[in-house]
Write a protein that binds this ligand. Structure first.
Ligand code: TNX
Length: 518
């Protein structure tokens, strides 16, 4: 069956037969199940050429509130196909399973006339391990056009991932149109050149790079994702990683320390000293930005970054030091904490929740905040023990910009070597938390992060994200042994042979398992 991610249970009696789909097969849906039926009809219709018209018999989609919210039950026998979902989301994940069962060609955009379509008789009961199964796309370092983002929504959905974290702002680019401050996108979305060298020093491409999403684009992305049961979580990174915003609005920077009017959108990678100032006007400015962001993104969580904020400028700035004194704070870490707490309260007052990188623990975590634990597990462990929700995304395991082998011909050999097998053996809940059920319960999920410093188009994102995202998806969805060494990688690798054919049919330019140049 070669399902990825593996379902909770699958039973197929010995000698079980198959159910054929023909031009006469109907696809019916009970109330509440119509949108998933329509999605399935459209996707399978394109790939198979079968009309799968509404009607009784054949395939039947219904909701069964007795199932887990994102769970589903799929029964295929001589009478046809019954797919029940605990919710429309559960039904949708079940529909993704059904599609995998039809074979790799079910992912094509156009039918191959000669193919016959059938499903094996079986029963599958399934539900996800984690409620947050995320993929971060860094569209700030390199802009990804809307069509590529929509394609990634479909690829995430095919792997039963349900959160798309869009890293929309950084030193090197501001990618979201803000009507009140048009310069953010006009100025902040462009940079003069990019660093492209990794092996060969600081080589630059010497060509401008840019692009941003209009508010209509973002509404379209959010709606497209929602129809696929994926929540888009926006990230507006503050108070560090903000040079693009400062280039557009110099008054946001530490004007008593640097000539911010001379700053342009950053053209290097790495951590940048040009951070936001802590004036009231800057708080108001970002409230205005976030008002528009909340309009566009209905997600409960809003990511405000908080990572890698160097404190030199605050140490040197009389204005920042006056703020520290006025508030009775101990140091610059507490100043950053104060800054983020302001937005924690601001979001909470609007029914939203702040999530930030684990640096937001330094100087005290805002009461309702959740943490994306990226510098290993430690931040996530501390936050979970303190009762905060955590999304585990430790860089040594699930940073998909990092290289997949130590081979000298590996393109863009960033970071740690993380093979497909390493990702498969990644466990989001570390042993320290497993003994503490309450704390472990605060690990609401896990996320794979694709940082794009060295990926200037969707083809290179494909190369880095796949096939490792398939292993990650199984870690996030399936009930695997918690001990990394107890996981059956050979079985996963075996199932991957069919999955590569699915990715081929989807047009994904994954890294070939034999290496970059097989
Ligand atoms: C660290 S993860 C970063 C990113 C980089 C990434 C490169 C995080 C919060 N900060 O800004 O893109 O490493 O691997």
């Amino acid at each position: 069956m070669n399902l990825i991610p593996a379902p909770l249970s699958l039973t197929r009696p010995a000698g079980a037969g198959r159910y054929d789909l023909t031009a006469d097969t109907a696809l019916g849906s009970a109330p509440g199940a119509e949108p998933v039926a329509a999605w399935l009809r459209a996707e399978l219709g394109a790939a198979t050429g079968l009309p799968l018209l509404p009607g009784p018999g054949g395939l039947r989609l219904t909701l069964d509130p007795g199932l887990a919210a994102e769970g589903y039950r799929l029964v295929v026998d001589a009478d046809g196909v019954r797919l029940d979902g605990g919710s429309p989301a559960g039904l949708f994940w079940g529909a993704q399973t059904l599609r995998q069962l039809l074979g790799p060609q079910a992912y094509r955009r156009a039918a191959i006339a000669a193919d016959a379509w059938s499903l094996p008789h079986l029963t599958i009961e399934d539900a996800p391990r984690f409620g947050w199964r995320g993929l971060l796309l860094d569209v700030a370092r390199h802009f990804l056009p809307k069509a590529d983002v929509l394609r990634y929504v479909d690829l995430a959905a095919a792997h039963k991932l349900n959160v798309l974290h869009l890293h929309l702002t950084d030193d090197q680019g501001w990618r979201v149109e803000i009507k009140r401050y048009p310069r953010l996108a006009e100025v902040g979305s462009w940079r003069e050149r990019s660093m492209v060298g990794y092996r060969d020093g600081n080589r630059r491409d010497d060509r401008p790079h840019g692009g941003f999403y209009t508010q209509d684009d973002l509404r379209e992305i959010v709606a497209y994702a929602a129809a696929r049961h994926i929540t888009v979580v926006p990230e507006i990174d503050i108070p560090g990683h903000s040079q693009a915003a400062i280039a557009a609005h110099p008054e946001l920077g530490n004007v008593d320390v640097v000539d911010t009017a001379a700053l342009a959108t950053f053209t290097d990678w790495g951590v940048n000293p040009n951070v936001l100032n802590v004036e009231d006007a800057t708080l108001r400015f970002y409230e205005h930005v976030l008002e528009e962001v909340l309009e566009l993104f209905p997600s409960t969580f809003v990511h405000l970054g908080g990572d890698e904020c160097p404190k030199e400028q605050w140490r040197a700035s009389a204005a920042a030091q006056a703020r520290i004194k006025e508030l009775g704070l101990a140091d610059e870490d507490e100043l950053q904490s104060w800054f983020l707490r302001h937005f924690d309260r601001w979001l909470a007052a609007r029914g939203r929740r702040l999530i930030g990188w684990d640096e937001i623990l330094e100087g005290g975590l805002a009461p309702g905040a959740a943490v994306s634990s990226w510098r290993g597990y430690e931040g996530g462990i501390a936050a979970a023990r303190a009762g905060h929700d955590v999304v585990m995304c430790p860089e040594q395991h699930v940073y998909l910009d990092h290289r997949e082998s130590a081979r000298p011909d590996e393109p863009i050999p960033v970071g740690f070597v993380r093979t497909l097998e390493d990702v498969y053996r990644y466990e989001p809940v570390p042993p320290e938390l497993r003994q503490d059920a309450a704390a472990a319960g605060h690990v609401i999920g896990t996320q794979a992060n694709v940082w794009t410093e060295f990926m200037d188009d969707a083809r290179s994102v494909d190369y880095h994200a796949f096939p490792r995202l398939a292993a990650f998806a199984e870690v996030a969805w399936s009930e695997l042994p918690r001990e990394p060494e107890a996981r059956d990688f050979a079985d996963f690798a075996e199932r991957m042979t069919e999955h590569y054919a699915r990715l081929d049919a989807l047009g994904v330019e994954y890294r070939h398992p034999a290496g970059p140049r097989p």
